[in-house]
Structures are given as structure tokens and as C-alpha cells.
Ligand binder design. Sequence first.
Ligand SMILES: [Zn+2]
Length: 215
Amino acid sequence: MTRGIQALPRYLIERYKGWRATTYDANKAWYQRLAKEGQRPRAMVVGCCDSRVDAIALFGAEPGELFMLRNVANLVPPYQSDNEPHGTSAAIEFAVRDLGITNLIVLGHAKCGGVNAFVTMKDDPEREIGGEFIGTWMKLLDPVYDRIPAINDSEARSRAFEHAAILQSLENLMTFPFVAAAVAEDRLHLHGAWFDIGEGTLHHYDAESGAFAPS
Ligand SMILES: [Zn+2]
């Protein structure tokens, strides 16, 4: 047996049993059809790992509807063809090329720990992000830092960076040849959205005004 692996925590087993007795039982025929026929999600959401960002609940989605990818700060790296493992890019490739999703949403959120750690680090290089991986990952936002003007209000400044991070990911998405081709042929639409759980608000990027607007 591999060391360090234990049985699931009791409370998760209990919750699973609750799901099985209620949600599963009520939807059994539909779930069996999903299993048999395979998934055909229309949309993909790239969201943050943050436990408060639940796109499934936010969009009232059922199993099979949303192809989900979550990573730290909902970032999409630029296209890089180097035969190294790229988890985010692999998920995007599968969603666009194999599943043929028609909508791809980059969903940012208020009080994003990743984005704010990045801003703190850039403001004061002495305050490097600790750990081995997060700092390097957050450097994907380097191009964004100088684009944000000085904003005194710290909440407004955080929001500006959270919005800019979404736009950077959308820009990076277009560096993937299969994404650019699907967008050019109108098979795929890209979207930016930002969610604040405290206020219960969702903002979306409006290409005409070039800004985020309440949805
Ligand atoms: Zn976050």
C-alpha cells in the first residue's frame, strides 16, 4: 500500500450517502443516460480553486452541462508547444477540439488570494510568494502589472487586477491555434466574468465598452 493514504473522512462518506439517497435516486435515469451516451457540455468554465467560487451552483448547472477547470487564480497560460505536461492547456484542448464546446468562460472572483499575493509581491519584491509553485504560476500575470494605473482604494485596486487577470487569460487563450481557429469560424465564443460571493454579484466583460458590467 502506498504510504500516507487513508480512507475518506467520515463526514464525506456521510454526505455521499445523502447524495446517493436523494439527488442520485431522483435523477437516476438521467445519470445513467449521461454515463451511456457520454458528456456533451456546451460550455467550459475556467475558475479559481478558491472554495467560494462554485460555478456549478452559480449557473445552476447539472452534471454534464459545464466542463470545469479550476486552478490558482483562474489563469490560462499562453500556448507553449514544448512537450512538457500542461494541465490547463490539455483541458482546454480537450474541451475545444474534442468536445466542441461553444462557450468558454474565464471566471474570476473578488478577494482572489492568488491575484492579491501577486500584487503584493510586485509592489514589494521583498515579499516574494512563499512555496515552490505559486510564485512561478502567478508570474503569468507579469504582463498585467504595469497596465493597472495607481488606485488608492485597495478594494478597487484588487478588483482592477482581478479583472485584468481575466483579460490576460482571454488574450492567452487566443494564442492557442485551435482556439483562434474556432473563434474565427464562430464555433467558439470567449467570455470574461467576475463573481463576488459576498455581494452575490456577477460582472461580465462587455467588449463594446471595454469594461466589466453588472450582469
Ligand atoms: Zn482566486
